[in-house]
Design a protein around this ligand. Sequence first.
Ligand code: FAD
Ligand code: SF4
Ligand code: SF4
Length: 476
Amino acid sequence: MKTIKERLSILPQEMPLQEPLARTRTMNEVALGYREEQARQEAERCLGCANAPCVAACPVQVPIPRFIAEIQDGRFQSAIQCIKESNLLPAVCGRVCPQEKQCQSACTVGKSLKAVEKAVAIGRLERFAADWERKEGCAALPPRKAPTGKKVAVIGSGPAGITCAAECLRFGHDVTIFEALHKTGGVLIYGIPEFRLPKSIVEAEIDNLKKMGARIETNVLIGRTISLTALQKEYDAIFIGSGAGLPKFLGIAGEDLSGVFSANEYLTRANLMKAYERERADTPLVQSKRVVVVGGGNVAMDAARMARRLGAEDVHIVYRRTRDEMPARAEEVEHAVQEGVIFDFLRNPTAIQGKGQVSGVELQCFTLGAPDSSGRRAPISDTAQANYSFECDTVIVALGNEPNPLLTRLYPELKADSRGRILVTEDYKTSVDKIYAGGDIVQGAATVIRAMGDGRKAAHALISAAGCSKAAAGCF
Ligand code: FAD
Ligand code: SF4
Ligand code: SF4
């Protein structure tokens, strides 16, 4: 048994990565995953804290010390079983959770070594266990209870919808998922690029749902193809997980020029419509030379790194604050830098220039002031520096997304706040009887794990309300 001192002296394991230049020529996953001996070595760093602050900092309370102890002892099957008690998509979360702001931010090891990046790599270990299970082919479907005869409609097949559907299926309810797009998975499929989250992982999870008995109807936009009222007549309960897919724009001159994209459109073309297969894609993207991406979040990093892979020679991220204030994950920023993305901090476009087609952006300079309500230092216009023009042929606006407004506009009885987020009770009930909601349509653009947490809690509330006891609902 190692002492605390010995555990704290074990060096953190580096994630093996594809070589930067090579990876900008392919869509293959950048992070290759821990090898078995690396996973066990990293697991040895965990102190198994009795109070487990990491668990409290995980939105779905994965039993972290328990699953890491299993990895320490080489019992990988038990490790994945522990994780799946509270997280149905560990291969996804291990890859995309902002761990340094969630579980790892509270890790005692990181705090003792005074550096969050030295915390136990919980997400990487979670990914390791999930990948091990997939490679071994030993994933078993969760058991289903006897059919209850109740029918649930799930609107949207993103992480909130997938999780809600899985929980209802496990309880024996009959589930139909309605998805507006031709592919299921929500942002996991159309937004987050293959090089961060291989689509085969998401597809395997959707296949599991089908094997558990879910019916999936794609190309069905609820509110247009089928009305919400028709669903209310046919189903005992409805869960809305329609996400936040409405991009924000800058509201400046020139945004209607050809060559300006929202990050959502750009990434959807690339991921969902496979625009990188230029000869075969239905909606190919033009070959850009110099791309300006506006924004500092994960979506901006994804768009910039995708632009490099689509052949742009020069990709600039324009952001009005500095690296310290960027909301993007530190790892994504580092990967973008390694791949040759250039960061132009303390800048923001005031106009997009061109005739028909983008030829440049006019940039304004900023300096930083005192922290604003977000807790980050606020950008203040730097009047000592004149605006200037910066040549480019493509502009990608990555300023975030707002909730999809279709359902709340069509059904005013479905109450929403001023930002279009559907209002729900603690039990995820909307203002309309038997309709529940969760994920980005309730939180605004948030995270995969929060959307999953909502889907799970809404499913439990829905199951309880349908006449099943709370204890039974909580037995998943
Ligand atoms: P979504 O994933 O948006 O799924 C909603 C689904 O509902 C969509 O498939 C949509 O087509 C469908 N739909 C909408 N309206 C209807 C309708 N009327 N009828 C039928 N179907 C409908 N989070 C992280 O944690 N880590 C990351 O690294 C990360 N990176 C991101 C990168 C990008 C490019 C984007 C856009 C987001 C990223 N996020 C990330 C955020 C995360 O993906 C979302 O918070 C999460 O997917 C929300 O899940 P959801 O199920 O609520 O909605
Ligand atoms: Fe292990 Fe860190 Fe959690 Fe403690 S806080 S149990 S060291 S992962
Ligand atoms: Fe950390 Fe996300 Fe896993 Fe929770 S689900 S333990 S936040 S990586």
